[in-house]
Design a protein around this ligand. Structure first.
Ligand code: 5GP
Length: 211
């Protein structure tokens, strides 16, 4: 039998974690697995583009004056300063996705998660990923590149600061095993999609059932 899906409103799926806890891997796998049903929200940032990044795919890269102008125009759902650079979630693209019943995925820090929860309420589902241990997090940050001890210390400090916000999220998942973590995150998404309040097609459907 075909899977009957009623019309529904999209949701805003936030993934946050300290860097090194596997957020990027989980986000990429979600996007691949979900296809058209889930789109990454591409943020605007003032930070310089890194090798391998593509403007418009990884971020919309811009400068401070333009960013400030967009803040004044209320073009952002949220914005924050992270490590000395400005980051923001553009409003229009997300609103369009939601109305069309598609979900948006957000890779934002705790400040972004907090602001999106405030501004977008029940549309938001937030998930925080934790590393299995502080030793494992440090190991992952160390094996990532050729960074100096000073840089690694800085990353560890930021990771601790980010992790202290776990209590502000709807769900917390420990990323011990990437397959298990991915399965849990996908289960959260599947269950949240079934929430009655999101299923805008229920009234028409049940009318047809009960007459
Ligand atoms: P990166 O510069 O390494 O890509 O990202 C640095 C940090 O900025 C990450 O913690 C990421 O989650 C956060 N970030 C990326 N985009 C946004 C955004 O639109 N809003 C907020 N608040 N944080 C963001």
């Amino acid at each position: 039998m075909a899977d009957l899906e009623l019309p529904r409103r999209g949701l805003m799926f936030i993934l946050s974690s300290p860097s090194g806890a596997g957020k990027t891997t989980i986000a990429r796998r979600l996007l691949t697995a979900e296809g058209d049903a889930l789109a990454m929200s591409v943020s605007v940032t003032t930070r310089p583009i890194r090798p391998g990044e593509v403007d418009g795919r990884d971020y919309h890269f811009t400068d401070q004056p333009r960013f400030r102008q967009m803040v004044a125009e209320d073009a952002f759902l949220e914005w924050a300063e992270v490590f000395g650079n400005l980051y923001a979630t553009p409003r229009a693209a997300v609103m369009q996705e939601l109305a069309q019943g598609r979900d948006s995925l957000f890779d934002v820090d705790w400040q972004g998660a907090q602001q999106l929860s405030q501004s977008s309420g029940t549309d938001v589902v937030s998930v925080f990923l934790l590393p299995p241990s502080i030793g494992e997090l440090e190991h992952r940050l160390r094996t990532r590149g050729t960074d100096s001890e000073h840089v690694i210390r800085g990353r560890m400090d930021r990771a601790r600061a980010e992790m202290s916000h776990w209590g502000e999220y709807d769900y917390v998942v420990v990323n011990d095993d990437v397959d298990a973590c991915f399965a849990k995150v996908r289960t959260i998404l599947a269950a949240e999609r079934l929430k009655r309040a999101r299923q805008t097609g229920l009234i028409a459907f049940t009318r047809g059932l009960v007459g």
